[in-house]
Design a protein around this ligand. Sequence first.
Ligand code: NCD
Length: 312
Amino acid sequence: MEASLGTHFLSVKQLRAEQMQQIFQLAQTWLTSQNELIWPPQLLKHKTVANLFFEPSTRTRCSFEIAAKRLGADVLNFNFAASSTQKGETLFDTVDNLQALGVNLFVLRHPSAEVPSKIAEHLGQRASVINAGDGCNEHPTQAMLDAFTIQRYKGDFASLKVAIIGDVKHSRVANSDVQALLTLGVHDIRLVAPPALLPAQVMWPEVSLHQQVASGIADADVVIVLRLQRERMASMADLDSEAYFRDYGLTLENLKYAKKDVIVMHPGPMNRGVEIDSSVADGPASVILQQARFGVVVRMAILAFTRIPPHP
Ligand code: NCD
């Protein structure tokens, strides 16, 4: 396997479109046309992967665990609450010790931006780091599985209209998704949110900002819904969920503004009745569970393309 990702995968900005397509092609080989998973070769046999999650997680952590195990790796789930970081040990010392014990690759989620990059820099070529979400900054493997899902349902990226609706301002998923979709050639990306939850400025001319759901999702092929990430909000913790649902919640009624064959995605965790109505979440346009399932094969492909240093 050509290790085209390098030792660490920290940001979607690392990847060109061809490398993303390489990842998708490999991921695809582990799915049947009915989206059943196919067992892969044991590409990570004799490797040890540590899941280091300093924030709650269901999908991302479990999906990395399943992906690594399917490739034959040993997987260690680090319990942050019961760890020596609670006794004042630095994160550098923690990873150094785990690496000494035999860990070859760290899957790292942290509430502060850039922590995975700092750990990667510290470890150098001793062990790999994959960013599983750092503060409001990036969530590159989520972006890859989101883009894979879009490609699997919609084919060519260039003609698509993609709307991201919800708390864009605090979302590392939105950040990484926009970057990945631009790299893959999407020309029409809309960010839809109340003014306080939109980014202050957009760095990309292809991206438009919308305060109204109707204009934001008009004619959209894909709608990605995001949760209100209250834990990342400095203020607005008192934002009224009912009022938010009334104005920005995705319902069958306002989904009519999008194309008839629109797909609805959500990275999870989902707050029903706040950003999305159950009739949409469980309705025919929803590909939310398939999206989660695709996360396993996309993460398998990412692990397979990572140059994981051997343990000395
Ligand atoms: C997201 C995250 O943690 O960034 N969830 C995920 O990884 N599937 C989105 C969120 O927290 O809202």
